[in-house]
Design a binder for this molecule. Sequence first.
Ligand code: NAD
Ligand code: WQD
Length: 339
Amino acid sequence: MAKILLTGATGYIGSHTAVELIQNGHEVLIIDNLSNSKIQALDGIKRITGIRPEFEQIDLRYKDQILDLLSRHKDIEGVIHFAAFKFVSESIQQPLKYYENNLFSSINLLSALSNYNKPISFVFSSSCTVYGIPDRLPVVEDMPMGEPTSPYGKTKMLSEYVIMDTVSQFPHIKAISLRYFNPIGAHPSLEIGESPLKTFNLVPILTEVAIGKRKEILVFGNDYPTPDGTPVRDYIYIQDLARAHVIAYERLKNKKNKKDYEYFNIGLGRGYSVLEVIKTFEKVSGRKINYRIVDRRPGDIAAIYADTKLANNELEWKPEHELEFMLKTAWEWEINKKF
Ligand code: NAD
Ligand code: WQD
């Protein structure tokens, strides 16, 4: 059977996608350097699917490692490229770390695949940050990529260009970028969830405050031009996002794509402010959240949320879960965390 190579898939989004792929009859091979994830994610995948995916510890910054892997696996037909560093704020402080990891990884992977002698369906983890500071909302795919407000966002935009240009010269590679908004929540089985080695994201910090691992959450600014002054984001349930990858991969594999390179917004299609998220979390968890308003965080923008019509129509993908459910699973995962 053909294999799908998942890079960075002991991580949050990759592990949930691995489950959806396996449950849809696909075989996956996971590679990760474990810089922000734990090997126990594989046990969680096994507990849900009955299958422990094949795994190799590989660092994509080193091209020889990926060349060696591809020389040993001749049956790869798909690649879903999750591996990257992902924090907007950290990337401002450590730009070279982000450019090096995220760009070298994408370039090394595509360069190795450009010599692979099988058709490749390539799906890339892009981000809403590629739109920069949007001049209208919701953001639509036909709006140009803007100027991302952080090195992280720029690595996603540049990776999209690298993919676009590679695809145009190497006809055996067809690609889709999924521009995720803010994925949250855990698998409903609670066998896997968000379990990073470090985080700066809103929801995992919130759950840690609620359970007492942190004493408070800092809310970065309440003077934005939004209804309550705190930034507005589009939160998407992790399993809905994972499902979009299966659809994107199968679209390419079954030659249903309309162009060699396509890109889609994957979000809920509506925005919530930070304070709305905190209030909803308090409601579903029954815990009071200790928060403190502080200065704005560098790199943050006031508001962004997705127009998802293209994904709805072309991919026949629709999100199925609302904010309350997403936050409930995030909270239940925090209470029942297995790794
Ligand atoms: P994550 O940190 O949980 O997973 C990323 C994985 O990549 C980690 O397991 C990490 O160890 C691995 N990795 C990093 N550099 C690597 C390298 N050089 N070689 C091999 N493995 C490496 O993050 P996630 O939330 O699952 O994000 C997955 C992808 O989605 C990333 O590309 C991220 O930028 C993108 N994305 C995430 C979000 C989000 O909010 N979580 C939103 C938009 C886009
Ligand atoms: C959400 C909101 C913070 C932490 C970026 C990308 C997105 C995705 C996630 C990758 C913001 C506020 C947060 C805290 C807070 N990733 N916040 N206190 O930065 O919106 O999204 O990363 O591509 O695509 O755009 O995500 O979860 O860090 O923040 O007040 O301790 O919560 O200011 O408004 P972000 P986040």
